[in-house]
Design a protein around this ligand. Sequence first.
Ligand SMILES: Cc1cc2nc3c(=O)[nH]c(=O)nc-3n(C[C@H](O)[C@H](O)[C@H](O)COP(=O)(O)OP(=O)(O)OC[C@H]3O[C@@H](n4cnc5c(N)ncnc54)[C@H](O)[C@@H]3O)c2cc1C
Length: 473
Amino acid sequence: MRKGLTRRHFLSTVSAAAAGMGTATSCRKSTEKNYPWRGPRGLLAETEVLIAGGGPAGIGAALGAAMLGARVFIIEDCGFFGGVGAWGCGMQMNQMRPGGNPRSNIHELLIEKLLAMGSQAGRFATGAAFDGPNALLCNVEYLKVAILYALEEAGCTYLVHTQAIDALTEQNRVNGIVVATKQGPMEIRARVVVDCTGDGDVSCYAGAETMTETGNLSPMTLCFNTSNVTQEDILAGQQEYSRNLQHAKADFPLIHQDVPDLSRVGNSHFYYTNHAGTRDMGQFNAADPFQFSQAECLSRRQVVQMVEALRKYGGGGLNKIEIVGAGPRIGVRESRRVKGGYILTEEDAMNGARFEDAIAWRSGNLDIGFVRVNRMKIHDVPYRALVPESIDGLLVAGRCISATHIGASAGKSMGNCIATGHAAGVAAALSVKEGLMPRELPVQKIQDALRDGGVDLDFSGRDQEWMERAINS
Ligand SMILES: Cc1cc2nc3c(=O)[nH]c(=O)nc-3n(C[C@H](O)[C@H](O)[C@H](O)COP(=O)(O)OP(=O)(O)OC[C@H]3O[C@@H](n4cnc5c(N)ncnc54)[C@H](O)[C@@H]3O)c2cc1C
């Protein structure tokens, strides 16, 4: 008899198996023993640098830290990496090569892995519609796999379907996180944690001060793909739709007052639509479970209404358009931002601010999705904007760095989020190597390591002349 199996258990297993119920019985037994969340939490892993969230910032952070030799663990709530970029259904990754210039080894590694997968994977866009050469157009299914190749090549350990639900703290220091898994909540311990959740989740759980805009949050959008139409159908259909807009709006109340844009996904024959989303439906905060749920569910109805409105009011061109699919989740442009030693502002973006502790720069537009767009100057991101004011062992990157509501909107292009991620990953790896807290690191060391990683930290302050050239050409 197997060790540990009593005669009574053995007999009950045998008789249940004989009745064709063996699996059910053993399953019930093992479940009774293995509810770790009813006892002390299990330790899932220990690492040097732990990245929570695998969107553009998280990927930048993981690659940045791994390339400096740190042991890196990255966890992601979804079943794939890429964040909003991957669930956006084919949105262009802006500011990947501003003006056609490579901006770091990490951006280039991701580009290389994607383009190596062939013509269906993606291509660089040029021209006025894309603000000149900078935007990588991708098919998201290839993007998700390209990211895995990049993480594996850099030696990162990763888990998907793993959500950060708490922070492990000792006084003001973060020592890891608690994650939700199919075995219940488990701990991952780390020397430094980088919060790339977009919503500042880990920082909030650790007690860091966060900022959330009230009454003025950027809209969320559920992007979608359509097919079964040609470019000519779209042009003709959009004009017809525009003429019928008032009737369409009366029929489909969740649609917008403008004509939806349908742009080709990479080299494919289907189209991607980004739109004003929840802009006209009220205020929704992604950090509030009820509001987040409501935004998602209203938006699913909105997508169907938008496509049905195109079919009914888009004339001969669009009456056969079909939905290929909507994103697996609604895209959040803005929620919590984590207060650091400096808060980036609208003026910083418009004036091309320079900082002595620059660790990244942001290019492109100040863009509050479908509310306001301004051409800004390239400006620095100071290291202080990545370091939470009062919590140690923690860095922040991506759309939840320390910035005002409008300051945040100036940096949300994916290329910029990868850049702040890269910087946070480098700082985290150096912090482990030097045995210092992130806030104690000499910034010069981070800057030197970033320059070694292909980052030009003197790029800021300038106008983005390639955008003007694209528009005038
Ligand atoms: C509708 C929309 C359209 C946009 N259009 C463009 C565009 O055309 N071009 C462009 O360059 N940018 C665009 N952006 C902006 C850009 O996509 C985002 O600013 C960028 O993705 C932010 O990167 P991030 O890594 O900070 O956050 P996110 O992309 O939000 O990634 C955060 C990741 O963390 C994960 N996560 C969250 N919470 C947890 C948790 N508790 N535990 C574990 N994982 C967690 C999420 O699943 C996600 O993968 C758009 C954004 C939206 C919403």
